[in-house]
Design a protein around this ligand. Sequence first.
Ligand code: FAD
Length: 443
Amino acid sequence: MTVWDAEVDVAVVGGGACGVMTALRAARNPAVTVAVFEKSAREGCNAAISSGSLAAGGTRWQAAAGIEDSPERHAEDILRASGDEEWRQVVEALCGAAPEMVHWIADTGYPIELGTDMPRAGMTARRLHTDTGRLGGGRLMRHLRALIDKHGNVAFVDEAPVIDLVSHLGEATGVVVSQNGSPQRIRAGAVVLAADGFAGNRALVEEHLPHLGTPFYGGVSTSTGDALGWALRLGGQLRNMGAALRSGLVVVDHGTRVSPALPFNGAVLVNLDGERFVDEESKGYSSMAGVLRRQPGERAAMIWDATAMAATRESEMMRECLAAGAIHDHPTIKDLAASLHRTPEETERALIPFPGRRHLTAPYHLAWVTHGLLATQGGLVIDPSGRVLTAAGEPIPGLYAGGGTACGLAGPHSDGYLSGNGLLAAFGMGWLIGDNLSSKHRS
Ligand SMILES: Cc1cc2nc3c(=O)[nH]c(=O)nc-3n(C[C@H](O)[C@H](O)[C@H](O)COP(=O)(O)OP(=O)(O)OC[C@H]3O[C@@H](n4cnc5c(N)ncnc54)[C@H](O)[C@@H]3O)c2cc1C
């Protein structure tokens, strides 16, 4: 028989996007006690280093901007990109929750605006929402974690990695947490796995994503896939393990990323042979990573001009690139050609716009970009309420998963990732799981 050190109603594994949202929603019921166990807030979560772009269809900001959109249209965009019809119910549940969730975040005092200047491949409406200062996910996570402190019924326990899941007769009954090196057994009515994926675990990446080669890793060190094995032991299933959130916009030698909006403002990609090799607007950044991996030297020069710079420089990505000195300025076509090791004539030819696109004019900006891995998208099979399912499709009692620990929205391949999917799956599933757990207990 397990001897418990403490007991809560809800034990959340991981204090990132999914974990914090789960806790905030569950704790609305004052009768529910919640503990969030976080491996290391200092090492961080992906949500805090993300751009913080929240995809939602049918929001008040879209209405104010005259943009027609809806959860249904959002879901169709995701499913068209992923081709993953089997995952439709999960996608629809998340897209259905998204507008209310983004409104709620704003109503807690977080300054949100619609990114009308944030076009993305595969998105039929502008639906990325961001903070007004464009400071990215760090600001959002600080805001949400501060909200947790206002709830007397939630404990956020930092430097407390969960090292095991406890079960009894096939039911999740608690977790083992390491605190100062000593294991604590915490009994819980529900365990929520919100520990993200496994992109920071080299062995698992080599096993499931060998086709990525040796990408730059742009995620946090804490994504080591800890929760997957525990759920498998209870009969959980893994799905789409070969899919990832990749980026084809990682700047070589810097690790910063240029803005995905650059191609929509005329930016072009030229490889080491001086050739254009892709319609830059046609690919999302995850899909572009695969294209770049196939180029000579696995890199290409992204080239843009002052107009494109003005349209994108306020994103946190471009600010980071500028601060890092990752962008080179070339006043003339001759200078640009020299840095590409081409003649000015060859360079002019490479810059010829596709029909209907802008023509770039001097002075030019250039960054060498390559492919990177940001986060994995394969994970546990869940139902639209976040319950972890067995091979027979039965929920494992007491066990939930969301965000990067669960199977994501990209489908079987990284090319199916649509911008905003990551935080939608994390915050959205946290919202749904937390609401569900909140209403299970009487207040
Ligand atoms: C550079 C970058 C930019 C991105 N930009 C965007 C964007 O703009 N929009 C978007 O939608 N998505 C974006 N994403 C993806 C998005 O950040 C992730 O999909 C999302 O954060 C996943 O949420 P999560 O809650 O599953 O994991 P996280 O936010 O990573 O949180 C997981 C937490 O679990 C903790 N943890 C791990 N193991 C344990 C354990 N054993 N015990 C206790 N705690 C544990 C970790 O320390 C971490 O704090 C980006 C990702 C990266 C890397």
